[in-house]
Structure formats: C-alpha cells, structure tokens
Design a binder for this molecule. Structure first.
Ligand SMILES: [Zn+2]
Length: 409
C-alpha cells in the first residue's frame, strides 16, 4: 500500500478532502487474524470452485436491503434523509449500468462494461418486523468512532460502545456513517471479522450527491467502491501483477489513480489502464464501470459466502429472541414464486402471518387459526419484487424475505 504524506495547508478553510487513500479495506486482507485464516481460505476455495463449475450462471437481478446507521457528533455529520436517498440512486445506477458516464468509457473497454444486476433499497422492515425508514440515527461522544476499537470490538458497530448494533447482517447490508481517522470508507470482506461488524464504514462527507459532499468525492462512488469490496472485489493496481485482482478482464495496472481524473489513454504496465473502473481510486467523476469478470466474481460470492442475501432464513441476531425462546420454523415454497406461495407453519405457537411490500404496505394478513396445515397466498396479481413475511408469535416477530418473479420457468 502506498504511503502518501498529507500536507496541512495553514489557513485552508475548505473541507476539500485531503485523504491519503480512498479506502482502507484491503489493509484488513494484509493482517488476517489467525482465527479468520481458515474461514477466509474456505471462502476463497468456495468462490473458485463455484466459478470453475458455473461458467454460465443464473443472474436474474436481485434486490439488497440496506440500512444506514448514522452515528454523528454534530449536526453536519447527521446527514439528511435526502443525502442518503441520493446515495441510493447512485448505487442503483452504477450497479445496473445506468450511470451517465457510459459514453466516457474509452472504446477499448466499452464492451467489457456490464450490468451487475444488483438493485438496492432502503430496508422498510427492521429485524423485529417493524416498519422503518432504513435509516437509524445515533448521537455519540466518541471521536472518529468509525476507527475506534475497545477490546477488539469496533465501536461504531455496538450500542454499548457509542455506535449502533448491526441489523441482521445476513439479511441487510449494514452501512455505518461516521467519522474515520483515515480514508473515506472501509468494508468488510467475506469471511473476515465478526458477523456483528459485517458491513461498511463510510464518512458522511462522501455519502450521496447532495448536502455535505464536496468534489472530488461528491458523486457517491465511494460507497459503490466499498460495496465492490463487500462482495470480494479488489483494487486493480498490484505492481503490474496480471492476477492481482483475480479477475481476467481487468488489465494489470500499477497506479491507483488517486486524485486523478484522466481524459486520455493511460499506460502503466505496457497495457492500457482501466482507470475508470469503480475499484480504482480515481475521482468520482471519472469512475464509470464494472467488468464482466468482476460480475462473475461478485455473483460467485452471492452464491457462496453471501448467499443469505439470496435465500436468507431467520436471522440469528434478531434482538428480541431470547436464548431460551424457540425460533419458529416456517416452510415457504416455492421462493421465488410466480403464482402461489405455500406457507407451512410447523410450530403451533405462530398465530399471525403478514405479507408486506418494501414500502411497508400490508398486502396480505393471515390468521393461522383459520387454516389447517398450511396457508396459500395467491401472488398472481403481485408486482415482481421483494416482499417480507412477518411471522408473529405473541409479542415476538420475525421476518422472512419472499421474492415474486413472474419470469420463472
Ligand atoms: Zn478500496
């Protein structure tokens, strides 16, 4: 990792970012704890095996629910809902190849740019089944909380350390927005770190495209880059090592393009550099694409280490389930479904099932006492997309994701 000295300019009042590196995510890869080595290696083997055995894989677009945990020390860090929503819009453009910079991609690379087939929504249901905005707000007195640890626990990820507990990381992409000591963002890699901290840390000044953002990090690309790491994509530059990022269609490269915005061809390893790839450090305005190879890797991760985003079950971290309470067992099939969904509540303690959409609107309510062994929900009139089945037992609730997809064959 290159070391860059920060120059502190006397009298400079601008918040213009002077960060030595855009993200510190790959630093974690260089310092894997002994306890994580086996888990990380298992993840890598799973991904490689999946890629080798699935040269063509099913990649119908999926939707990932996001929760933003804003942990702030002052009003400026407590960024607005509007700023968060502007970030969401960027993600849904960048990961669907809808960003307007497509025309800026050099001709040599245009055919490598691809739709990653990921959609993102703000979570509308929290882990307890309650309707939510998908944004939590926590005042903290801890400086640079995103970089602070206490007893090896990352402070921003825990209520008792001044941050906010994760929402079930197997169902939600947790994004903590708070101050960092260095860098603009930092992401967990699959197979590394405790589940309670699985997610992304990012500073408020680079979230979205409105509010407190400033050039050159004013177009929301920091989070696009960090989500790439979350799904095990790597930086492109690695001293001209052709296998540096594990992806075949990204050329070898030696420069990170930090604080640069090239407008013409760039060469660092005797080949044309893909400086506009989202996994470089290039200025926001000059990032524009993921490749087919990166998509293959991301989808291999979605089918292995992070498969819970495609087929999640009840979450082990739901806060209102005590260790002695019995998690209800519910069979839901087929899922995804195009017409009817059978719901079989095996546990007789379940007394109510509610199907809601991503906006929190109740689509169906089922009193379990009125059915015999199973409930049948007709979804033929439903719009394609993600829904949540709330499962109630007394005062406790759980949720399960259901996908309605009419194109199933
Ligand atoms: Zn990075």
């Amino acid at each position: 990792m290159r070391i860059i000295l920060l120059l502190l300019l006397v009298g400079c009042t601008s918040l213009g970012p002077m960060y030595g590196q855009r993200c510190t995510s790959q630093t974690d890869l260089e310092n894997i704890s002994a306890s994580d080595i086996e888990r990380r290696n298992r993840h890598l083997q799973q991904v490689e095996s999946f890629l080798a055995s699935h040269p063509v894989m099913d990649r119908n677009p999926i939707t990932i629910p996001i929760v933003f945990h804003i942990v702030y020390r002052n009003g400026e860090e407590n960024i607005s809902d509007e700023q968060v929503l502007s970030q969401l819009a960027v993600l849904n453009e960048d990961f669907r190849k809808l960003n307007m910079e497509q025309d800026d991609i050099p001709f040599a690379f245009r055919y490598r740019a691809t739709d990653m087939a990921l959609n993102f929504v703000l979570a509308d249901t929290d882990p307890n089944g309650q309707v939510t905005t998908g944004i939590t707000r926590t005042f903290t007195e801890v400086n640079n909380i995103g970089s602070k640890f206490l007893n090896n626990r990352r402070s921003i990820c825990y209520n008792d350390l001044g941050g906010h507990d994760a929402w079930c990381p197997e169902q939600y992409l947790n994004i903590w927005v708070g101050a960092l000591e260095s860098g603009l963002g930092q992401s967990s890699f699959p197979g590394l770190g405790p589940l309670e901290e699985d997610g992304i840390r990012i500073i408020p000044e680079v979230v979205g495209t409105v509010g407190t953002v400033e050039p050159p990090y004013h177009l929301g690309r920091t989070l696009t880059h960090e989500i790439g790491h979350f799904f095990d994509l790597y930086h492109l530059w690695d001293n001209c090592n052709a296998e540096g990022d594990g992806v075949e269609d990204t050329p070898p490269q030696s420069s990170s393009y930090l604080n640069q915005c090239p407008s013409d061809a760039q060469f660092t390893c005797e080949t044309l550099d893909m400086y506009m790839n989202f996994m470089n450090y290039t200025d926001d305005a000059c990032m524009s694409m993921f490749t087919h190879g990166q998509k293959d890797r991301l989808w291999a991760v979605l089918n292995t280490s992070r498969s819970s985003f495609m087929n999640e079950d009840n979450c082990g971290l739901v806060s209102n389930i005590s260790s002695s309470s019995e998690v209800p067992k519910v069979q839901v099939f087929p899922n995804p479904s195009s017409d009817f969904i059978y719901i079989n509540p095996i546990n007789s303690k379940i007394d109510r099932l509610v199907l809601i959409d991503l906006h929190g609107k109740v689509c169906k309510k089922i009193n379990v006492q009125t059915v015999n062994n199973y409930a049948l929900i007709d979804v033929t009139d439903f719009v394609d997309g993600v829904y949540y089945l709330q499962i109630s037992s007394g005062t406790q609730r759980w949720s399960k994701k259901i996908v309605v997809q009419k194109t199933i064959k």
